[in-house]
Design a protein around this ligand. Sequence first.
Ligand code: TMP
Length: 224
Amino acid sequence: MKKGLFITFEGIDGCGKTTQARLLAKVLKKAGHEVLLTREPGGTSLGKRLRQLLLNPNSKVCAEAELFLYLADRAQHVREVIAPALKQGRIVISERFADSTVAYQGAGRNLSRKRVEPLNRIATAGLKPNLTFLLNIPLSTAQDRKANHPLPADRLERLEKSFHQRLAWEYRKLAAEEPRRIHLIKAAGSIEQVHQRVMKALFKAYPTLQKGDSPTPSQRSKKK
Ligand code: TMP
């Protein structure tokens, strides 16, 4: 039975989710919460190896194999890291989760959401985030940020613009379908401005966190 709070950050490459996830974790820790910051792919030792395979531009991976590798990473991540931490009542913040697979493999790779979703349910064991921050940024801004990044582009970042357009569109569709869970955050502006938008959405959804109390997701999930 889930007791903690599960928060995910989603968005296109270059939307700033690593920075925002780290900042949120830091602020919540400082407020006295038990926080676990993790990511997909790569939140376990198996996942770290899968991440290397998945992001290496020299890997030859067909779309279907790519799908199953991301799902394998998630299956391990949920069972080894996320579910145990939630059971201990911790706040788990993950950079990316199941929505990424719907967006990237379902829409980006054209594997179809209908086929991806049942597989995602096996990988997640039915676990859903309580709250998802979808960092919304124009594709051109995200690509400019990536172009100025010191690290070379990974296997997926190198894909054509239409791939990224399809997944950006799918993300917005997901947010429109589940507005209570997925909060669309305007990700243009300074790091601090975006962080303030994240905090505002978090406190609106979980006012008790503002007072430093423990989250009560079980009460909230009943409202859904
Ligand atoms: P990132 O952690 O730096 O965002 O890189 C992970 C890359 O993997 C990013 O391009 C998105 C992609 N990805 C998928 O295609 N499907 C998934 O299910 C996940 C979790 C990530």
